[in-house]
Design a binder for this molecule. Structure first.
Ligand SMILES: Nc1cc(-c2ccc3ccn(Cc4ccc(CN5CCCCC5)cc4)c3c2)n[nH]1
Length: 242
């Protein structure tokens, strides 16, 4: 997978050199390229923002540098890339979207700052990209970089070979809609707390059943919205009139 990230703070993307993503890059599983938006300006001050038409607080990112940056990337693309533009008003990112994006060959991230990017950039980008506006959640960050890092991590870890133990991908939270079960390691007694006996039993059937029950209990307690809705018991409940 090729990943391009455009930002006025390229150093914000330094974490992509670390840990599993960094190793995947060194192993050639990921081709990550970070671009400084100011490299696509042509004035002495490398200007990327200006005052908003119609007034209002803050500054808006100018369209010209973004068009130059995205044209440069589109010109290098083998196939039509997906352009992800983080924004508080976007489609909520979740594990399903992570799985969908993991199937794409080329993702491009446009990390805005200030009060956002001139709207005409979104419209022009639709010519060369599949454009997705994506929100991490209902809160306002100062820019798109943190969102890009989160999305990249969630997507990249789904790619074959990026995380060592692929089995853990199946068991983890949200993969099947339930939260994760509690985990323990040595010592078996610690500050008056013991590891649940079932986990020391070696009975894998009991352990699996206990873990599933724990997932249901945790989901009910913390995220009841994720619990599967009870199937309607009868046609009547489905208001099917025959
Ligand atoms: N999930 C999530 C993603 C982001 C995100 C992503 C990208 C950018 C780029 C800039 N910001 C800061 C920002 C954006 C919007 C406003 C609201 N403002 C109201 C008046 C009209 C203009 C817009 C304020 C500041 C960003 C914020 N926040 N949260």
């Amino acid at each position: 997978m090729r990943l391009d990230v455009v930002s006025i703070f390229p150093a914000y993307l330094a974490p992509l050199d670390l840990s599993l993503i960094g190793k995947a890059r060194r192993d050639g599983l990921l081709d990550v390229r970070v671009h400084d938006l100011r490299d696509f300006t042509h004035d002495r001050h490398r200007t990327v923002d200006d005052t908003p038409y119609g007034g209002g607080a803050g500054m808006v990112m100018k369209p010209e540098p973004w068009a130059a940056a995205l044209d440069s990337i589109a010109g290098q693309a083998d196939s039509r890339p997906t352009l992800i533009i983080p924004g508080p008003g976007g489609q909520r990112f979740d594990q399903q979207m992570a799985r969908e994006l993991a199937g794409r060959s080329h993702l491009v991230f446009a990390c805005g700052r200030y009060e956002g990017i001139d709207e005409r950039v979104y419209q022009r980008a639709a010519r060369d990209f599949d454009v997705r506006i994506v929100s991490l959640g209902d809160y306002v960050l100062n820019g798109g970089e943190v969102a890009a890092l989160a999305i990249i991590e969630a997507v990249a870890r789904l790619l074959p070979g990026v995380i060592g133990n692929a089995a853990s991908l199946v068991e983890e939270s949200h993969e099947d809609g339930l939260l994760e079960y509690p985990v323990y390691t040595k010592p078996d007694h610690w500050q008056g707390h013991s590891v649940p006996e079932v986990l020391l039993s070696g009975d894998h059937g009991r352990i699996a059943a206990w873990r599933h029950e724990q997932r249901l209990q945790r989901t009910a307690a913390r995220r009841p919205d994720l619990l599967p809705r009870p199937a309607a018991a009868s046609a009547g409940e489905l208001n099917i009139v025959v």
